[in-house]
Write a protein that binds this ligand. Structure first.
Ligand SMILES: [Zn+2]
Length: 71
């Protein structure tokens, strides 16, 4: 299973799905190195080509007190 979800010809830009962080990320490798997770190609997102969860929000996610995901 490949974990490289980048699309050919699509410039890598990333935004956190919870806090809109990620404008400083230039590559998938950098995102992984900084602790991002759940990165996926999201062509419908206006702010960036990829959506993910930043390290800060991932920590929040892992806390049991956080309300359930709206889905
Ligand atoms: Zn975040």
């Amino acid at each position: 299973m490949s974990d490289d979800i980048t699309q050919p010809g699509v410039p890598f830009s990333l935004v956190c799905m919870y806090c809109d962080d990620g404008m400083h990320i230039d590559s998938y490798e950098q995102a992984i190195a900084e602790g991002w997770s759940d990165i996926s190609y999201e062509p419908h997102v206006p702010m960036a080509n990829y959506l993910g969860i930043c390290p800060v929000c991932r920590e929040e996610e892992e806390k049991p007190s956080k309300p359930a995901d709206p889905e």
